[in-house]
Design a protein around this ligand. Structure first.
Ligand SMILES: C[S@@+](CC[C@H](N)C(=O)[O-])C[C@H]1O[C@@H](n2cnc3c(N)ncnc32)[C@H](O)[C@@H]1O
Length: 142
């Protein structure tokens, strides 16, 4: 995916870095206006080092946007998966509750700004009524 993204030649102001976010991030302190994480944290067992790294990299008053598969979905047996050579491959996932995200971020100086539990809700099927995504937006206090 990084190679595909690099081929788009988005300009000299855009840099792509491959990094394991469980370890200290190669980003200067207080550099980030906005941090976005989409469907990544369900693959991380311990969120604490990630919130610590985000808080260090984040500018005061900066935004942290998290979008994750809702824990209801995970409890219902829906996890990340893909197909390789016609075979289903399940990816390792870890269950985090809504309060794991909220308390974890607040412990590192973030304030909860907004939250949405988004359902697909196109049919009455139980799996569509339950929220598919949990979206949580935080603001760094200082
Ligand atoms: C379900 S994909 C989501 C990809 C993309 N963010 C999106 O929304 O389409 C999960 C992503 O989490 C990344 N990931 C999992 N564990 C990671 C880790 N420890 N550090 C950095 N990225 C990780 C994987 O490389 C993969 O790109």
């Amino acid at each position: 995916m990084l190679n595909k993204a690099r081929r788009r030649k988005l300009g000299a102001h855009v840099a792509f870095v491959e990094h394991d976010i469980r370890h200290p991030w190669p980003v200067p302190d207080r550099a980030a206006d906005v941090i976005v994480s989409n469907l990544v944290l369900e693959h991380i067992s311990d969120l604490e080092p990630v919130f610590a790294a985000a808080a260090r990299a984040q500018k005061p008053q900066g935004w942290l946007y998290l979008s994750e598969l809702h824990p209801y979905r995970q409890l219902g047996g829906r996890g990340a998966r893909f197909e390789r050579a016609g075979r289903r491959v399940d990816v390792e996932t870890h269950l985090h509750t809504v309060s794991d995200y909220v308390s974890g971020a607040r412990a590192h100086g973030y304030e909860l700004a907004w939250m949405q539990e988004a359902a697909e809700a196109t049919t009455a099927a139980p799996e569509d009524v339950l929220p598919r995504l949990l979206i949580v937006v935080f603001r760094k206090a200082s």
